[in-house]
Write a protein that binds this ligand. Structure first.
Ligand code: ZN
Length: 260
């Protein structure tokens, strides 16, 4: 019998002995706070599975670079895209950049560990420069292909930190990104649906949570949703338009193709 087979047999006998005994507390031969190191060659780098988009809320890329490289500020992103289309790489993709802060999306409470963060040079009160969006789309194509990131996992900072962050602003062209395969999208209803249906508040809150939002503060989550998917700033009560849009997006996510 080869050596590995003996080792495997020994492990099985140990397990059988453990199962037969009243308890397994005597099994480990090392102190319980120590691990037996048995290196395996079968691994690679951890993979980001989300992309979080930001705006710098500065007037120039240089201002943003000062902030994003200042040790005292403790903020960063993997990439910054200047409004002229220049791509700045600040943190290696294999490292955890500090762009999301306290965050939540779909049960994930540490988006910094799970995502690539991209800052866009934009002051938050202006359209996004065409050259920056063109460069962004090329970068997203590369990231999506390399990490096999699902279409639904391209989100904004405001989505994952409602009530705390509002970027990117309502100017951001989410529909254009979604048409290229980055993020979900549904067309606006052709006719506005007035009023709040009975049970509409619970329906909208439930839909926000299913989509991924932290709805602990329902007003903040709804405002983030409207900024992203309606392109408006609004804290009005939820209505049937929100419910219809959420239902459409949840359906779109389930229908979006799985990454190859
Ligand atoms: Zn941000």
């Amino acid at each position: 019998m080869p050596h590995n087979a003996y080792r495997s047999l020994g492990k099985r006998l140990l397990v059988l002995g453990c199962l037969a005994a009243a308890s397994c507390t005597q099994l480990p031969s090392v102190p319980p706070n120590k691990a037996v190191r048995v290196p395996s060659p079968n691994f690679d780098e951890r993979r980001p599975n989300y992309v979080v988009l930001h705006q710098t809320t500065d007037n120039t890329a240089d201002e943003a670079l000062d902030t994003l490289t200042d040790p005292a500020r403790k903020v960063s992103a993997h990439y910054l895209i200047g409004r002229d289309g220049t791509l700045y790489r600040l943190v290696d993709e294999s490292r955890r950049a500090w762009h999301a802060g306290g965050s939540y999306w779909g049960g994930n409470t540490d988006m910094n560990s799970a995502s690539i963060g991209i800052e866009l040079d934009n002051n938050g009160d202006e359209p996004f420069a065409e050259a920056a969006i063109v460069r962004l789309l090329a970068l997203l194509s590369d990231l999506k292909a390399r990490y096999r990131i699902p279409q639904a996992n391209f989100v904004g900072h405001g989505d994952i930190a409602p009530g705390r962050k509002v970027d990117p602003s309502a100017w951001f062209p989410w529909a254009r990104l979604a048409a290229a395969g980055y993020g979900l999208w549904c067309p606006l209803p052709s006719e506005a649906l007035p009023g709040v249906a009975a049970g509409g508040v619970e329906e909208v809150n439930g839909g926000l949570q299913i989509l991924g939002y932290n709805a602990a503060d329902p007003t903040a989550a709804l405002a983030a949703f409207r900024r992203h998917f309606w392109g408006i700033e609004s804290t009005a009560p939820p209505d049937r338009n929100d419910a219809a849009m959420l239902a459409c997006l949840i359906q779109a996510r389930s229908a979006s193709p799985a990454p190859p």
